[in-house]
Ligand binder design. Sequence first.
Ligand code: ATP
Length: 753
Amino acid sequence: MNKPILTKQPDDIAFLQQLELWQESGAIRALDLALARFIARQIPEAECTDAVLLAITLVSERTAHGNVCLDLAQARQDPSGLLSPIGDERLRDLVGQQLRSQLSACSVTQWQAELRQCSAVDDLSQQSAESHQLQDVESHQPQDIKSPQLHGIDSHQPQDIKSPQLHGIDSHQPQDIGRHQRPLVLTGSPEKPLLYLRRYWQYEQDVRRGIEQRLKPLPVSEKLRAILDIVFGPERDQIQPNWQKVACGLSARSGFSIITGGPGTGKTTTVVRLLALLQGLELAEGHSAKVIRLAAPTGKAAARLNESIAGSVHRLNITTDQLSQEQQALFPGKDALNQWQASIPTEVSTLHRLLGSQPNTRHFRHNQANPLPADIVVIDEASMVDIEMMAKLMSALRPDARLILLGDKDQLASVEAGSILGDLCDQAEDGHYSQKSCTYVRDTTGQLISHDYQASPSTLKLPRLARMISQTTTMLRHCYRSEGQNLLDFAAWVNQQGILNFGMQGLQRYFEPASKELSYLDLPIRSEGQREWSDFNQLIVAGYQPYLKKLSELEKLENSTTQVLEQQVFEIFRLHKQFQLLCAVRQGDFGVEGLNHRIRQLLASRRLIPGGEQQWYPGRPVLITQNDYSLKLMNGDIGICMQLPEEGQAQTDTRHFRVAFPDGQGGIRWVLPSRLQGVETVFAMTVHKSQGSEFDHTALILPDKVNAVLTKELLYTGITRSKTRFTLIVPEQKVLEAALQQKISRISGLLSE
Ligand SMILES: Nc1ncnc2c1ncn2[C@@H]1O[C@H](COP(=O)(O)OP(=O)(O)OP(=O)(O)O)[C@@H](O)[C@H]1O
């Protein structure tokens, strides 16, 4: 049955003209409009309703803001969060009013019905759970999603949307678009209908499948308790339950597990003990050790885990005389213990490197066809992993490989779409452990999970997958850090949105009287509307002076050996890590761009760095913004420009700039500035970019206007980048108040029934 070939021109469609205005106002991207136009060309006129085009535009626009899909009911009920903020007030009102009138023009039921009728939409919403499952399997066939044409739409490259291949679809009959090639997927329940761009739907399916196939409880050896006792040593603290032990027990019986917790709760310590437990179980049974791979989403996070995991493995040091006779029988002799300890890896790579990223493609060397040769994979800082990367990781794992995710669920979600760790840990606070899990934990770890964390009637209301994931998730609840307690208490207050109960007085409690750990700076407006920056300047100079002073000594170094030089450079990096200014936004006087400029001028005026406008100068700290495999530099790495004597010519005056980067293996990598492509000055850094890093003292400056990116998660992430001191810089108190009340809400269907 052939439908007529289309003759309509998108320019004839009044709603598309309205969308042009939306794009000009900044409410949607050119890409969102291009997608709506493209699909309008492909589908019969009768299907091309305003409601359909609106849904396409919104789902595309929402993914740019971190959402995996569009919840139609929620969009209709609360349109305030839809579309990007519009600067021009008149346009804001006009576009807002147009959006509201479009949304109120049809009910959610009608909206779904029109989408179902549309040949660009693959309707999975009415399928039974069983056929849904079948669909998952079917849709996994490579031709569904791997065709370059569809990657064109999905990968959001406008030029691909106009690719001849896609026009090819246009010039043929639209009904020829196979169901599995339709660019949109409608799913969810009648109460929560979800519309996806197919690529994101597929990613979510891959992640779900990867988790589900690992949730079946694994057999657990009866030696578990004995080995766990060796790994943890004699119980010193009386905190009950010891959540670290609970985490090891729950993770040991599942192919998928999550260990979450705030700063200093012992995530790294616990994962080292867990890996020791898993390897110990293998070795005690006479099997060979498992292949373990450790990874983190950025170079910086990988380097930090590298450091802390090496320390934790070292502290694990188990000796024969510590063991009882029964325990010695499991690991007879020093060699067996050495072999056990050596089986725990300390090398951490980035996730991209682990999967084998290939230049200029979204594909990785390791995938379903060429799985990663690993039995156990640990991913740290998992909150930073977006849905695409998680899906690629799941596809690259062997079906029998264990996956362990570590991270702080309360931190900012990934920059790209998805908030996987947050979604998976949504219920972690309350535990929801079943009776079976509690009995298992008691029998294998000796820990008693109190009633507060056991399953309750509310557990039954959770989706099935959420209930299952709760049984393999542990939230570490005790902080073992000896310093910065006041700072962590404040972070917890921000995270729990204390402002809703205690107002701003609740916040003052932490800052008054000013403690060494927490300080508060405002930037009052003095004369002629000018702000008073003197306290800020003092803070910045005090923060950056130590490393810059040390750097100036370096320039005077002559005849030094490489070793001495490197020691000096490490000292410069140590001093540099003492302080970091963080910003919430990029643009404006209070954003990264304005503040980098201001700080450069300030430091030059104090003769701490050279004046002038040259791009490179000694003391310039830089952040790598894109992976560069040839230089072995990863997104997030920080380097410092230095002026050094040329190697072998120390006594001459020939001096050159080099950018120094710690190589993560105890050495320094020197790079010519001209070779660095994606770098930016980092006197000021966004909170997003600071994820995975830690500094002794961080100062977080807020902008002077309320902004959608200001959320409690952003504040929490900024505060927890500090080890010992935190300074909050607030030009306008109402902006802080708004940020404390705002929560990130990202739409996904990961845990939907
Ligand atoms: N059970 C414990 N008993 C005593 N000290 C502990 C315990 N667990 C962790 N620690 C100590 O607490 C500190 C923080 O531990 P760890 O680095 O494992 O935490 P983390 O959650 O990974 O921290 P971060 O948030 O900084 O990544 C370390 O000094 C560690 O030695």
